[in-house]
Write a protein that binds this ligand. Structure first.
Ligand code: NAD
Length: 492
């Protein structure tokens, strides 16, 4: 630990070593890597930097844990998940503080993420007892067919830095409910929140090897991820991150034919028709766009506004953006923090420059923020078109790119003109149009008159280059961690 810029009520939540088989471990190399506060750019912790040579022992111990855990009564698994849930909620203040210092997000958003994330522990605790097989109608009188469901085995979760608690609990909750064990590799930017969850999982009573955390640097990440994905004892990998890395992970998994879920990038259209409730559309847009400074896979990337209300919507967006308090996430009145990495500031700067060169106008912001930390001003671009790089490339920054459209057919074509297909949003009062848009938009999740289409009880996931497999939701999420065996018999 270097020098902590915050204090915690429960200091035992803070760990910097990796966690395997119920023990806190260093890297075999003894190396560590630094964790920065994006609000200042200063290092405040250093974590064990595991390498590929550390991976086999962790998988072996998780396999040993699996042999026991798989036979645990589903009700006991549910009780353990609920106990974990309860402990996370008891330590909500401290976890929110760590989350704010790792990611940069304002404290209120950190609390929001914890509340969203713990919906998954709660939901999957319930699902543990609802795992069922099936009995088919026999094709012949002396034939019986039965389908049994069993946990798939040791699983791996590879997660990004933008929602480090929610992404972990969405995967680990489902795996542990199913009777699998899990090895999580958090992003090198945000290992501390995952380690605090591991500490609480131990306190909740999960046995050794059930939940494990591999901490590793950006330098070691490719080799460590490859070793995790290709190990013969790993049977399922769930990855959330960029589309580029997702395809690398899919390649690793193809070697051993591993079951894989890919939750990848988005480039989500947000469409406002001129018959929409404007106040509703704007308030949803503002929450969605500025949350975590635009660093959400489901954020509004391409904002399409019908021509009759285009000027009015832009004027209202600018007025609201002027009221945003940008600063360190720990500030009481701050409602937008920094970007999590310096790479993101460089990318946002390049995207704005490119759009302006191609004819867009900056009506608010447009520049990196002043002072230390990885700040970028809340930015509104108008007169956007399809020639600009930000139209086709996820921005992951506080850039609201606003396009004008005339007709429903036109906007449908523009919205679907993307390799990505994660989420889409439509604001209209016209019920016929609502149906047409829901059926024709190419996205795994569609919000109608809402900017929030993610919940524990509904399937989360995309189509096209946004990936495949679903997380959360009835039936589908836990099924990703089960194998199905068809047992056919003849009776006398
Ligand atoms: P990323 O792809 O760079 O990293 C994701 C994970 O992969 C991290 O654990 C990282 O350490 C690891 N990784 C990075 N390079 C690797 C490599 N070469 N080989 C193996 N592993 C590697 O993504 P990010 O920058 O952390 O997160 C932002 C991206 O995540 C965005 O594209 C966003 O849309 C996406 N995302 C998607 C969802 C979803 O549910 N669809 C949710 C959140 C974020």
């Amino acid at each position: 630990m270097v020098s902590l810029p915050f204090t915690l009520k429960n200091e035992s939540l803070l760990h910097t070593k990796a966690y395997s088989h119920g023990e806190w471990i260093d890297a075999a190399s003894g190396e560590t890597f630094d964790v920065e506060d994006p609000g200042t750019g200063k290092t405040f912790a250093s974590c064990a930097d595991l390498g590929p040579e550390d991976v086999d022992a962790i998988i072996q111990s998780s396999q040993a844990g699996f042999k026991k855990y798989r036979h645990l009564n589903p009700r006991t698994r549910a009780q353990l998940l609920l106990k974990w849930h309860e402990l996370i909620m008891e330590n909500r203040d401290d976890i929110a503080t760590i989350l704010t210092y790792e990611t940069g997000k304002p404290l209120a958003e950190a609390y929001g993420e914890i509340d969203y994330a713990t919906r998954f522990t709660w939901w999957f605790a319930g699902e543990a007892e609802r795992i069922r097989g099936d009995i088919s109608t026999p094709a012949a009188p002396n034939r019986r067919v039965l389908v049994i469901k069993q946990p798939i085995g040791v699983c791996v979760a590879l997660v990004p830095w933008n929602f480090p608690i929610a992404m972990i609990l969405r995967k680990v909750g489902a795996a542990l409910a199913a009777g699998c064990t899990m090895i999580a590799k958090p992003s090198p930017e945000t290992p501390l929140t995952t380690l605090s969850l591991a500490y609480l999982a131990e306190q909740a009573g999960f046995d050794k090897g059930v939940f494990n955390v591999v901490t590793t640097s950006n330098k070691n990440t490719p080799a460590v991820s490859e070793a995790l994905c290709k190990h013969s004892l790993v049977h399922k990998v769930s990855f959330t991150g960029s589309t580029n890395v997702g395809s690398i992970i899919a390649n690793h998994c193809s070697v051993g034919l591993k079951k894989v879920t890919l939750e990848l990038g988005g480039n989500c259209p947000f469409i406002i028709f001129d018959d929409a409730n404007q106040d509703q559309a704007l308030s949803q847009l503002q929450t969605l766009k500025w949350r975590h400074a635009g660093q959400a896979c489901v954020t509004a990337n391409r904002i399409y506004v019908q021509e009759g209300i285009y000027e009015e919507i832009i004027a209202k967006m600018v007025a609201h953006a002027k009221s945003l308090q940008v600063g360190h996430g720990s500030g009481a009145s701050v409602n937008m923090g920094p970007l999590t990495t310096s790479r993101s500031v460089d990318k946002a700067t390049r995207q704005v420059k490119d759009a302006v060169q191609r004819g867009a106008k900056v009506v608010h912001g447009g520049n990196p923020g002043a002072g230390g930390g990885y700040f970028f001003e809340p930015t509104i671009l108008r007169d956007m078109d399809g020639t600009m790089s930000i139209t086709h490339e996820e921005s992951f920054a506080p850039i609201a790119a606003v396009y004008k459209f005339k007709t429903e057919d036109e906007v449908l074509k523009l919205a679907n003109d993307s390799e990505m297909g994660l989420a889409s949003y439509v604001f209209t009062k016209n019920i016929d149009r609502t149906w047409r848009m829901m059926e024709k938009l190419e996205a795994g999740m569609i919000g109608v008159n809402t900017g929030n289409s993610s919940a524990a009880e509904s399937p989360f996931g995309g189509m096209k280059m946004s990936g495949y497999g679903k997380e959360s939701g009835k039936d589908v999420a836990v099924a990703e961690y089960l194998v199905s065996k068809t047992c056919t018999m003849t009776i006398e």
